[in-house]
Write a protein that binds this ligand. Sequence first.
Ligand SMILES: O=C(O)CCC(=O)C(=O)O
Ligand SMILES: [Fe+2]
Length: 230
Amino acid sequence: MDFGHLVNSENFNIRNFHPDLWQMFDNRWDWERAYLHENYSQSLNESNKIQMPCPDVYWFPVFKERYAKEMIEMVENYGRWSDGSHMDTRLESGYENVPTVDIHMKQVNYNDEWHEILRAYIQPLQLRVYDGYFNDPPRALMSFTVRYRPDEQPALRPHHDTSTYTINVGLNRPGIDYQGGGCRFLRYNCSVVDTRVGWTLMHPGRLTHLHEGLRVTAGTRYIIVTFVDP
Ligand SMILES: O=C(O)CCC(=O)C(=O)O
Ligand SMILES: [Fe+2]
């Protein structure tokens, strides 16, 4: 039985595109119903095996398609993509070693919400697959949406991330919205190309998991990337 719930409308920010994306603090129940994948909690059930597409690389359903669609529309509406060069005034150092064409969560005023997503939904998944690693709350200095296009930035050269672990959320469909793309782990010669919308890859950031973004040959590929615990 559903007893209904209260909707807090005080902090509804109409300046934000797709304002429901920001509603997780004020209206958690609605936010989860709108955006959290219906199978999210299955990954938390100890009796369910977690999928591992490459060695020590895991993936989970986290977001509904609606979340992915609205994130793409929201960042495209904002529109100030970086130029993919090494000079990046958004960073304290002013220098990005492995630049992507991206928009940082901070630029779209989504940092607090994204950190809450890391704490409430990503950390419990991390605890299931990397046993004994617990940093609370998870920290992330770099969280951003990446855009790959044949005539813009089509690929990303092999690199390590500045993270203990990285999450990588597929926002649109390989083979339909774009051709090519995916993430390849060089040490294992293993690629994750059949990504699913709203599903989140989780992989170690350094040392064993040198990886690259595979070339997009048509269309546009969008992902959200976060470097957790630099
Ligand atoms: O294209 C991918 O899936 C990899 C992205 C990536 O490695 C990064 O942004 O650090
Ligand atoms: Fe990376």
